[in-house]
Design a protein around this ligand. Sequence first.
Ligand code: DX5
Ligand code: ZN
Length: 220
Amino acid sequence: MNKVSPSVMCINTMELKEKITALDKANVDLYHIDVMDGHFVPNFCLNGYIMKDIAAISKTPMDVHLMVTNPTEYIEYFAECGAAYITMHLETLVHPIRALKKIRGLGVKAGIAINPSTGIDRLAYMLDDIDMVCIMTVEPGFAGQTLIPATIDKITAVRKMFTDAGKDVEIMVDGQVKETTAPKLVAAGANILVVGTSGLFNAFSPEEYPKVIQFYQNLV
Ligand code: DX5
Ligand code: ZN
């Protein structure tokens, strides 16, 4: 079974409570919380306050995607806000192994995100410290973009890197994951699907969520 993580930045904040309730009824596995600093990416987005508001009405775990230049400064903060996963961009880390160990030390799953043009070779030196790799299928910072096809092979390469080393890892894909792209992404080795505008909120009504979430969860 794949995990489905709706991207909360794609929900109209005026409808947040109603949408979270409908998504919980559809048994989503995670909520994807995009955090942006206007520096690593040219945009701003969600924060710890929204996480606490969601945690007050839902038991569904949250995965926090830190699109910020200094993610290590905010590990404790987002752990306190209830993050089940904290994912940092490899492009922002000088000492990734130390940062991953810090996240795990707080009982939170440790994730590394890589941009479309970032290679995977550095991951080979931290296989024991990574719980999840987030492969960005679009340039980070905005919802509603078009998937970059060259990123699909990267999913297979990362899955092979860990499998060849006898290691387990979760692979998240983030960016235009939708009905027509998700099958290819899962076939390539992804198992956590972040669904935002085209994959969920702009394409389906809350009444349709159970069916479409099941579709994504059951892809092989
Ligand atoms: C983009 C974010 C994604 C985005 C996905 O920087 O990391 O989570 O919200 O939105 P869609 O699915 O519309 O590409
Ligand atoms: Zn994201």
